[in-house]
Design a protein around this ligand. Structure first.
Ligand code: PHE
Length: 366
């Protein structure tokens, strides 16, 4: 065996026995690194005479190739072994229970809005919308509240500095009533809509938040009268609260955009300190709770919206969605609705999966 073959033999044996990748790398440096022994041999070729080089070069090249191949082979082996070892320790136990995935829930306000949309859909009402950043004209003027009308002061309005296209300032709508005007202007008559959405007033305590939710109702047709309003409200409240035992009291009131205006109260009894809807509020131990504002649409509003009030009449109502949710589902602090506390939501919220129907529907017996 030549000297070079002897070297190749020894090196291959050592490399094949390298215990791990670090040891192997040390050997690579020892043989083929810049200062390595085989690199040293290769460098001597440059100083040889052409004849000598021709004689010695093949043996040295072959030595280098043998060692390089041995290094690659051992490296593959060691890496495969390392992978095996890792796979052995990292096995998955598929019988272990999976960690619970967090499940979202439907906010009570969304739930109630969906229920109301469903109930009013049964009564032939479409859903209409309007902007929350509103023009003074739609929020006030067209609703028969000209500038300096005292009713404006009752709304604690958030104004923007920007001038509105139709005069006055832009503002955050204080009620959903501007959608009445927008829809009449866009769609004309006859009309049967509800308009759910956020409204804003600068007010904050246990029963008031600066942002809250209303649903507006509007019917415009021929020969509409207060009886239609009363039947519609009764039918919707019975369906919503899922009881036939709903007694309403209509009280004269004032809104600039309805004439006459009617405040609607619902009778309740007190059981174990809790208000339970049902019965006349005039019975002993009972009371009346203010529920919503409504009335026959003021002729002036119908005119502002470009319709002829001698031809078209209608009724409108506006009801607080948050208040309805509190009443139906027994929540007592309005502020918690908008705290974003997921514990509150998982307590009062609704599963998006367990509710195949949203409400009992119109005319269903409780
Ligand atoms: N927009 C009134 C409010 O926010 C409620 C209302 C709506 C009253 C429609 C009458 C008719 O107080």
């Amino acid at each position: 065996m030549s000297e070079h073959e002897q070297m190749a033999h020894e090196a291959s044996a050592r490399i094949a026995g390298a215990a791990d990748l670090n040891a192997l790398e040390a050997m690579r440096v020892e043989y083929l690194g810049k200062q390595g022994s085989i690199s040293g041999l290769l460098k001597t070729l440059g100083k040889m005479s052409p004849d000598e080089r021709q004689e010695k070069a093949p043996a040295i090249q072959s030595l280098r190739q043998t060692v390089a191949d041995a290094l690659t082979a051992r490296k593959d082996e060691l890496e495969a072994a390392e992978l095996e070892a890792r796979l052995a320790t990292e096995t998955l136990d598929l019988t272990l229970p999976a960690p619970a995935a967090p499940k979202g829930s439907v906010h009570p306000v969304s739930q109630v809005m969906d229920e109301l949309a469903e109930i009013f859909a049964d009564l032939g009402f479409a859903v209409a919308t309007g902007p929350e950043i509103e023009d003074d004209w739609y929020n006030f003027t067209a609703l028969n509240m000209p500038e300096s009308h005292p009713a404006r002061a009752m709304h604690d309005t958030f104004y923007f500095p920007d001038t509105a296209p139709k005069g006055g300032k832009m503002l955050l709508r204080t009620h959903t009533s501007p959608v009445q005007v927008r829809t009449m202007m866009a769609e004309g008559a006859p009309l049967r809509i509800i308009a759910p959405g956020r409204v804003y007033r600068s007010d904050s305590d246990a029963t008031h938040t600066p942002m809250f939710h209303q649903i507006e109702g509007l019917v415009i047709d021929k020969g509409i009268h207060l009886g239609h309003l009363k039947w519609t409200l009764e039918t919707f409240l019975k369906a919503f609260f899922e009881t036939e035992d709903i007694v309403l009291r209509l009280r004269p009131s004032y809104f600039p955009f309805t004439e006459p205006s009617v405040e609607v109260d619902v009778g309740f009894a007190i059981e174990n300190g809790k208000r339970i809807l049902g019965g006349s509020g005039d019975e002993p131990g009972h009371g009346w709770m203010e529920l919503l504002g409504s009335g026959m649409v003021n002729r002036r509003v119908i005119e502002f919206a470009g319709l002829d009030p001698d031809e078209w009449q209608g009724f409108a109502f506006g009801v607080g969605v948050d208040r309805l949710a509190m009443l139906k589902y027994g929540m007592d602090d309005l502020r918690a609705f908008f705290d974003g506390d997921t514990r509150w939501l998982s307590h009062y919220g609704f599963s998006p999966f367990d509710q195949p129907t949203l409400s009992a529907g119109v005319g269903a017996k409780a």
